[in-house]
Design a protein around this ligand. Structure first.
Ligand code: MLT
Length: 267
């Protein structure tokens, strides 16, 4: 199984396909396997790599109090370097989108295109920050199973298949407690990167789940409007996790971006 030593930690990654590199960054509290359908569906157009971020999945455990978006972005940059690539199409889901935007700020020359899936550029609001602390309390009180119960309801669209529910539960229940706490603190304190959006000068794609209640389509459309020339795809029937809920729609939008085909405007 492939691992790369990056910034003093071992990162697990999985790869499929050949050609220009695409790096797919998972959300919270997930792991690389949220992108398995994209590895299958995009391997004919890209060398697709999905990693377990520091502390997640099969990557080394972490003892950091907080996993900052900058630290996670620096790890992704280190992985791209370790893979011998000069740049990558970067795709981030939710927390992975926060990391992708931090990577764009940190090492823009590494980024060939940017795809943001159900994410945002703004920092947490005061209510959002309090919600992070409350989630940490619930996690430590009720455990991962309690969190999975809550998140399967909150993250998925109205009629999730049993396979999608099972995949999500496996990811949540497989994530270490200390990683969840550190990632929640990292997201709580993340910077507002809204001012970066108008300066993005690589091809960009914004994907939102039509039924996402956590980061609704309006937020994604506003994000797309702020990025010059960004494409937008709103995925019907999907909640917060289109890569597992509607992988076909996500793959099609990514292929269109990678091949420079057909633009769908939702402005
Ligand atoms: C995620 O899916 O990564 C999280 O919902 C992001 C967040 O909590 O802000």
């Amino acid at each position: 199984m492939p691992f790369a030593r990056v910034n003093g930690t071992m990162l697990f990654y999985k790869e499929a396909g050949e050609g220009p590199l695409a790096v797919l960054i998972h959300g919270f509290p997930l792991d690389h396997s949220v992108w398995l359908d994209q590895l299958d569906g995009l391997a004919h157009v890209r060398r697709c790599v999905t990693l377990d971020l520091r502390g997640f999945g099969k990557s080394d455990p972490t003892t950091h109090r907080s996993l900052t978006m900058e630290m996670l972005a620096d790890d992704v940059a280190g992985l791209i370097d370790a893979l011998g690539a000069h740049g990558a199409d970067v795709v981030g889901l939710s927390m992975g989108g926060y990391v992708a935007l931090a990577l764009w700020e940190l090492r823009p020359t590494l980024v060939r295109s940017l795809t943001f899936v159900d994410t945002r550029a703004a920092a947490d609001t005061p209510d959002g920050r309090a919600g992070r602390d409350a989630m940490i309390d619930r996690l430590l009180d009720r455990g991962r199973i309690g969190l999975a119960d809550e998140m399967v309801q909150a993250l998925l669209g109205p009629a999730p298949s049993i396979q999608v529910q099972a995949r999500l539960r496996s990811m949540i229940e497989g994530t270490r407690y200390e990683t969840m706490v550190a990632a929640l603190l990292g997201m709580k304190d993340r910077a507002d990167r809204s001012a970066l959006l108008p300066r993005i000068d690589v091809p960009a794609l914004v994907i939102g789940g039509e039924e996402d209640t956590l980061i609704p389509p309006e937020v994604m459309k506003a994000m797309a409007r702020a990025i010059p020339g960004a494409r937008t795809t709103i995925v019907p029937g999907a909640g917060h996790l289109p890569p597992i809920e509607r992988p076909d729609a996500v793959n099609e939008a990514l292929i269109e971006l990678f091949e420079g085909r057909k633009v769908v405007w939702w402005r």
